[in-house]
Ligand binder design. Sequence first.
Ligand code: PPS
Length: 249
Amino acid sequence: MTAECRFTQAVLWVQDQSNTTPQREFLASGSGWPTRYDRNGTSVAQEGNNGAGEGAFSGHPGMEANSSGKEWTATRRLPQALIIGVKKGGTRALLEFLRLHPDIRALGSEPHFFDRHYARGLDWYRSMMPKALDGQIVMEKTPRYFVTVETPPRVHAMSRDVKLIVVVRDPDFLGLQRIVTDKHFYFNKTKGFPCLKKPEGSSKPHCLGKTKGRTHASIDPEVMQRLRDFYKPHNQRFYQMAGQDFGWQ
Ligand SMILES: Nc1ncnc2c1ncn2[C@@H]1O[C@H](COP(=O)(O)OS(=O)(=O)O)[C@@H](OP(=O)(O)O)[C@H]1O
């Protein structure tokens, strides 16, 4: 597999949050996140259908109170992390499984803001995001940002601190407290992939949709070899950029 990286700031990332102090049971991390946005200055979001999977975080509604009775208000903020990457790289699986973590608030659909809807402006983009409490990480995934030349300067103009999670293959994990483990999954033999036992906001098992985990056509070994030869130099370039040899064959 190959990837041409057009992001000058692309990182196969992630921030170490190991020394952050848990703020409460489900806000185990996050204070180490750089924020360029004035969280107090963000508009308190209006209710509405933004495709963000509202209610998916049903255990954590808009208003929360801590043990001293102080309230936290959930607001809509611009994302602090974007999942981008190669097509069919497993970006949906990464997002769906990450959002099991209570410190993650993720938009369910792909907003395609930086590549298709940029003219709508940042307020529109923010209104698409799910509400989040201070300390929660807001993220969205639009793999196509990875291959559209106009995206990097636009992301940079929004925030120089936004984290890019580039899925090329076997994505590594965020520096989150370990909450999501194999006990959250079961292997669905028919699908041939792990599925969630209990997705966010539901008690029913859930596999990713039918466009994920499709039956693949068998490919002539000669064609496979030609593809490998073709991608080899591109992979080498990518290893150099990423500073890591992934050893893809
Ligand atoms: N748990 C689970 N369930 C289903 N599918 C899984 C899972 N984990 C990884 N995958 C792989 O994810 C591939 C789809 O990748 P993306 O979500 O990035 O696709 S897309 O580019 O956004 O359309 C999808 O590609 P296909 O097998 O070609 O359908 C899968 O190989």
